[in-house]
Every structure is written in C-alpha cells, then in structure tokens.
Design a protein around this ligand. Structure first.
Ligand code: 0GY
Length: 306
C-alpha cells in the first residue's frame, strides 16, 4: 500500500555525523522506533500522522554506526495496536532488541505470550492528546494487571502540565513505570519551579518510576548548534536531564528516538544527540549506568551487556 506523508513531515537525517563521544561497550539505545515500511506493514487507520518509512535494517545500521550494541524498539502510534512491524524488527535482531507494545483490552493471552517470546517486555500508555485518542483508565488498569504477570513494565508518555491530573493513576500502576522524555518538562520554566519539582517528587516517592532522559531536540528552545551557533546543542535541556541523572542514577535510560516522529522545525543529527550524553551524565560511572547497567537490568536481566 502506498502512503502519503503528513504535509511538512521531516524525514530522518541521512548521513549523521560520527559522534566524538564513544559510548561504552554494550550500550543500549532504549528508545527508538520503526515505521513500516508501509508497503509491508501498513500504518494504522486511527493514526494521527503518516510518517516516512524507517525500516529495521536502517535502524540497525544506525545502531552500529553510532556504536550501540542493542535497541529497545517502542511501538509508534502510527501503527496503533498492530505490533507486527516492531515484532518483526525484534525477530530480526539476533536477540539484540527488546520491544514495547501497544495493546488493547481484547488482546489474547496467546498474543501476549508470542510477543514475549519475540522480546517484548512492556506496554506503552500514551496520554499525549495530539498522538492518541483517550483510552479509558479502567481498560489500561486491566491491561496493566495482565502484563504485570508476564514481568513486563509500563512506559508512560505525557506532557508535564498533565502530571497532577494523572498522578493517582500513575502511582497505582503495579509494575515498574518508565517515563518517556522526562515527562516533557517545559525548559523555559525554572528548573527549581513547581512543575519540574513535581516530576522529581514523582520519582523520589516512587522507587518503581524510571525516566528516559531523551529527546532534547523535542524539548529545547535554544535548539541545535546549526540553529543557534552555540557549542553545546540543546543547551537549555542539559540542567533538567542532568538533575534527573544525578538524583536517580539507577533509574534512567537514554535513547535516540530515531526516526524522530513529528518534528516540524529541524531533524536532529543522531551523532550530535550522542554527543549530548556526556553533558547530562558527566562521569564514566553515570554514563555506564545510563547506557549499559540500567537498560540491561530492565530488558536483559540474565545478561551482562559486556
Ligand atoms: C516519541 C515521541 C513522539 C511520537 C511518538 O509513537 C509516537 O508516535 O512516540 C512525539 O510526537 O512526541 O517518543 O517518539
């Protein structure tokens, strides 16, 4: 099937720079996606955008180029609850990729078990209104109870202004909970202001809550060097990510977010994103936890990563 991209859609960046920062051996890109290809894995009718194609092979080529060893492939909303493209990527990874699925209440136990065998280790609950329609909380809690029995965890995606309203639901979840992109802080607001303090409190009071310190390109107002001429890309995001890494070093993950859905003003150079890591994880020990120890504990608990 031929799909037409959403007008203004920016394709992922071909020919990224080689990062100067060498990631540690065994590093995991813990947040990335595949899109189709649409001809093989059609996009879902209920999708809010139509992306370019971004295949598993292109993802794994990028992994090797940037120096990563493994991936966690997160189901993108353009595929709805049809997890075939993500599962196909896992099955062709030689055990080097795990997955996060989107499921509905009607998913069969046999399907959950098949996804587990393929490498799925969690589900994603998305509360970003531009990406998904509302799913009733009782349905999500029912799914949470079922996937908890498989030892899976829940990835949540929301905007920081919505955390107060979602707090009771999030804190009732029975599994490890991984927050995408630091709960999308508004980096124009002070780091010591009430909104980010609430996010830190969420993590501090709930030892089952982890955070991905990913996506500076989505959160930054100062932008990448090509736009602002400064040395450090996404400079305004650094204090927020660094605070989380230093406060909760054993509960943070990092990912490229390739192929970067829904970016309208610029497409990041994935090499520059890797060069962002030493600014937010400032010691070799913090970097090893962020890139190797933490994702291995969550996704490959029986392997060491070396
Ligand atoms: C991300 C961010 C976004 C999109 C999706 O699944 C998706 O469509 O996750 C976004 O638009 O902020 O994590 O990839």
């Amino acid at each position: 099937m031929a799909f037409e991209k959403t007008p203004g859609w920016l394709d992922w960046y071909a020919g990224p720079s080689k990062p100067s920062f060498r990631v540690p051996v065994g590093a995991v890109d813990a947040h990335c996606h595949v899109f189709g290809p649409g001809g093989a894995f059609p996009f879902a009718p209920e999708r809010k955008y139509t992306p370019c194609d971004a295949s598993k092979q292109q993802l794994y080529d990028l992994r090797d180029y940037l120096g990563f060893a493994r991936n966690v492939v997160v189901q993108a909303t353009c595929h709805g609850a049809d997890n075939r493209a993500m599962v196909d990527a896992l099955l062709h990874s030689g055990g080097k990729a795990r997955g996060i699925a989107t499921v509905r209440r009607d998913v069969a136990d046999a399907d959950l078990h098949a996804m587990h065998a393929a490498g799925v280790r969690g589900v994603r609950f998305n509360f970003v209104k531009r990406l998904v329609d509302f799913t009733p909380k009782d349905e999500l809690l029912e799914i949470a109870g079922r996937i908890a029995k498989l030892g899976w965890h829940i990835v949540i995606y929301f905007e920081s202004v919505d955390l107060p309203e979602l707090w009771d639901f999030f804190t009732a979840l029975p599994t490890t909970v991984v927050v995408d992109h630091m709960g999308r802080p508004d980096v124009a607001k002070p780091i010591d202001g009430p909104e980010f303090a609430l996010f830190l409190q969420f993590m501090a009071q709930h030892p089952n809550v982890w955070s991905k310190v990913s996506c500076p390109e989505r959160l930054s107002i100062s932008g990448p060097p090509a736009l602002n001429g400064e040395q450090n890309s996404y400079r305004d995001v650094i204090p927020f990510a660094r605070r989380i890494v230093e406060t909760f070093p054993d509960r943070v993950l990092w990912g490229t977010d390739w192929p970067h859905p829904n970016l309208k003003d610029h497409m990041p150079d994935d090499g520059l994103l890797v060069d962002f890591i030493p600014h937010i994880a400032t010691t070799p020990d913090l970097r090893h936890k962020l890139l190797v120890d933490n994702p291995m504990r969550l996704y490959w608990p029986d392997e060491t990563g070396e």
